[in-house]
Design a protein around this ligand. Sequence first.
Ligand SMILES: Nc1ncnc2c1ncn2[C@@H]1O[C@H](COP(=O)(O)OP(=O)(O)OP(=O)(O)O)[C@@H](O)[C@H]1O
Ligand SMILES: [Mg+2]
Length: 236
Amino acid sequence: MIVIKLGGSVISNKKVPYSLNKELIGKIGNSLREYAGELVVVHGGGSFGHPKVKEIIESGHTLADKGFEVIRVMNLMTNLVVEALGQPFAPYSTPSLWDGRLNVRPLALAAKAGWVPVVQGNVVPPGRVLSGDEIVVELVKELGAERAGVATDVDGVYETWPPKGGPLKEASPCDVEAKGSEGIDVTGGMRKKLEVLEEAARYAEVCIFNGLKVVNFEKFLKGECPGTRVVPCRQG
Ligand SMILES: Nc1ncnc2c1ncn2[C@@H]1O[C@H](COP(=O)(O)OP(=O)(O)OP(=O)(O)O)[C@@H](O)[C@H]1O
Ligand SMILES: [Mg+2]
């Protein structure tokens, strides 16, 4: 089983609310479709979820009272994403699988049937943001996935930001000073991504790569890490 996260920064332009890179998503669908094994996909909030959460908070409301609005835009986004991905991708709603934790069994069933279920970073009751990266951790642990490919809009994790030189081959949150995101973002960008994915890296191979370059999906599915491999912090 492989988990793929399509960063919101890949499938949309996080500087332009409610934008979607349909052509690129179509190409990504073509390369993921070639993979013969079981696949589960999660996508990030990108230009849909992040600005909606920001709008709710800035208008003086909370996610406890207006979280359903985020669920509505994410539902819309996932439907557009699966349309662009094509067959056999199918939309699954994260809040529908949530009972205090993510019930991944329906996703395992779908993957076993040869479909590719697609879930999304979202808001879950009673008003908590569950990021796409956090879902990757759940999927790795609960589905026993061997590998997770986390596509984002940079070539990997850089030692410093703005970057000097190339991306790191390996990175852990303990030795990289990553920062947030340059677009509209409520889940902490690269810094939080590393912190969250560190847990997944204890169970599976986790690779952060540039999803704007479609060839990287093919490389990842062949077993390579065309970016930065996330490694757990050293103990002690
Ligand atoms: N050290 C770093 N190395 C790489 N990127 C960094 C670093 N520090 C900060 N960043 C920023 O992190 C961004 C990627 O995180 P971001 O959360 O925006 O993308 P995403 O997780 O793919 O999108 P989404 O949260 O919508 O799924 C990069 O575009 C870059 O601006
Ligand atoms: Mg993010």
